[in-house]
Design a protein around this ligand. Structure first.
Ligand SMILES: [Zn+2]
Ligand SMILES: [Zn+2]
Length: 280
């Protein structure tokens, strides 16, 4: 099987290791390919996205590493791009899309907090609660509905090659402190979102990043969502959303086992000629 991981972060954004260290770690894990997916630039103050002035250095460095390691591993130049409410992908990000081997479309930002700064669903619990109060009058349900609507909108408008961590909104929902995933309104949000994604060619990732960093005990997306994805025949791939060399293949064996047990028999992967699928 072609071992791969297309969701990795580096010191260009909020990762702990350089792109080269991540590539070397992937080689040690026996991967045939790796994608570097630094957070694309956002135009407000933050401590997690690449800075505008680092973009060209990033593009050059990944190309250089692609060449340097070509006998060992196939390196893809990607980014995780932020879909911003009311904007979508901004002009800088839209221009980057054509220069990347692939990108992951993700929704983290939900609304404005102070000035132009946006709050994210995955930053920290205090920011999340403040954002829900300010943008959604304290309603978790409205927040969740808006979150899934944004993902559906992104899928329909841009058809990203990969859609990141579908149910990231559950990151701070350990023990159902914010909402209950088994409630029918939640399932309806998810199903409506999946119906939109199904109309596109986007791949949904099974993402182990929330587990490797200790926030949640289950992958993104939850088992019941994976069952729906299987029923709807939406393509999947397994990624670790790794922010350091130690988690580059975090729980991959377990995840392949999980998706096989849910009757998935293939997963997507990227080749030099675009996305393909392989038996798992
Ligand atoms: Zn993300
Ligand atoms: Zn990520």
């Amino acid at each position: 099987m072609h071992l791969t991981n297309l969701h990795t972060h580096t010191t260009y954004c909020d990762g702990q290791n350089s792109a080269e260290e991540m590539i070397q770690a992937a080689i040690k894990c026996g991967f045939q390919s790796i994608g570097i997916s630094t957070h694309g630039p956002v135009q407000f103050e933050n401590d997690w996205a690449i800075k505008n002035e680092d973009i060209e250095r990033y593009m050059d460095e990944i190309n250089r590493l692609k060449e340097k390691y070509k006998g060992y591993i196939c390196v893809f130049r990607g980014m995780e791009l932020d879909y911003i409410p009311g904007i979508g992908f901004d002009e800088i990000n839209k221009k980057l899309i054509n220069r990347l081997d692939y990108y992951i479309g993700s929704v983290h930002c939900m609304g404005k907090l102070k000035g132009d700064s946006m709050w994210t669903v995955d930053g920290n619990i205090e920011e999340l609660m403040e954002g829900i109060d300010k943008s959604f009058n304290g309603s978790i349900k409205s927040t969740v509905e808006a979150y899934y609507s944004l993902i559906a909108e992104m899928a329909i408008n841009y058809e990203p090659p990969i859609i990141g961590h579908l149910d990231l909104i559950k990151k701070y929902n350990k023990n159902n402190v914010l909402f209950d995933e088994s409630e029918s309104w939640y399932k309806t949000c998810v199903i409506n979102c999946l119906e939109s994604i199904k109309k596109t060619g986007s791949i949904l990732e099974v993402n182990t990043g929330g587990m490797s960093r200790g926030y949640i005990s289950e992958q993104y997306p939850s088992d019941f969502i994976l069952e729906l994805i299987k029923e709807m025949n939406i393509p999947i791939m397994i990624n670790s959303d790794s922010h350091d060399i130690g988690s580059i293949d975090y729980k991959f064996d377990e995840m392949y086992e999980l998706v096989r047990s849910l009757r998935f028999d293939k997963a997507s992967y990227l080749t030099k000629n675009g996305f393909s699928t392989q038996g798992i």
